[in-house]
Design a binder for this molecule. Structure first.
Ligand code: KMH
Ligand code: ZN
Length: 275
């Protein structure tokens, strides 16, 4: 089996430090979290950024300062993956703008879902525009799939010629309002992917640990982190993002599967740019 790529989704857009004290929010905190996650076995850092008040932001200056801080703090340079999902309600033009900074990788959300009590909107028209921007700025997309129909959305965009390989797919399972994180759902999704896709899974909340274990055994990749899940075990908050990453690395090595370094992950995913 190929080496395991671990992505750490360190911050997200939904949580605050008042509820989750370990959440990295400032550029310095995000840089420290990224460094710890790389040391613990992650190769990709999925980032959302915040303004000076800790609120979710899509401002280019906020992306820039976080990237600079991470680059400075990490002796081994992670793949920094920007979120183009942002926070619910953020207009698509502001979500797309971050691609002009030409990150190595960024998320590409593949459909509209209920997101808790909100609606996370990703229309086909918006996805076509987003795909054009990924091509224009030569950014490697990671397709985020939250529901079974999102596989069909991806295939539709491939058929239209809007999306071209590589297809790196991230199943984000367990969002209230979309598909839950049952193992049989993961198996169904994997079986229905476009040919030549690679895949990873991000289990939300209590789904994180069982889905990680199954993905390791099935040959997929894994995303963990406080964006998706704040608990290490039932009732016990994770001390840090790195604590969640370290557990996945241990599990993988116990199962005989080595973990990829950032440069190994770059070559596995066809990312040629090095920072
Ligand atoms: N915050 C969610 C509404 C992404 O990063 O691309 C969307 C999200 C997905 O987190
Ligand atoms: Zn995200």
């Amino acid at each position: 089996m190929e080496k395991l790529i671990i992505t750490a989704a360190i911050t997200g857009a939904e949580l605050s430090k008042t509820k989750v004290p370990a959440l990295p929010v400032t550029p310095e905190e995000q840089a420290q979290a990224a460094k710890e996650c790389i040391e613990a076995g992650a190769s990709v850092i999925h980032i959302h950024v915040r303004d000076d008040h800790g609120n979710p932001s899509q401002e280019l200056s906020h992306f820039k300062r976080t990237v600079e801080a991470i680059r400075k703090a990490c002796p081994i340079q992670p793949i920094i993956q920007f979120s183009t999902g942002g926070a619910v309600g953020e207009p698509m033009d502001r979500r797309i703008a971050s691609l002009t900074l030409r990150p190595e990788m960024a998320s590409f959300n593949t459909g509209t879902i209920n997101f808790g009590e909100d609606i996370f909107v990703n229309t086909f028209a918006e996805m076509r525009t987003l795909a054009g921007s990924f091509r224009k700025h030569d950014v490697v997309p990671e397709y985020e799939l939250y529901d079974a129909g999102h596989v069909d959305n991806l295939k539709k965009l491939i058929k239209e010629g809007v999306i071209k390989p590589p297809y790196h797919c991230q199943f984000v399972l367990g969002v209230p309002g979309a598909l839950s994180g049952e193992i049989q759902s993961l198996v169904f999704l994997v079986q229905n992917l476009p040919a030549d896709s690679s895949w990873a899974v991000a289990g939300v909340g209590r789904y994180e640990l069982p889905l990680s274990a199954h993905a390791i055994a099935m040959g997929g990749h894994v995303r963990v982190g406080l964006e998706d899940n704040v608990y290490y075990s039932k009732g016990r908050l994770a001390k840090s993002n790195a604590e969640l990453v370290a557990r996945v690395k241990r599990l993988s090595e116990e199962l005989g599967r080595e973990v990829a370094s950032p440069n190994e992950a770059r070559s596995m995913m066809g990312i040629r740019k090095t920072p």
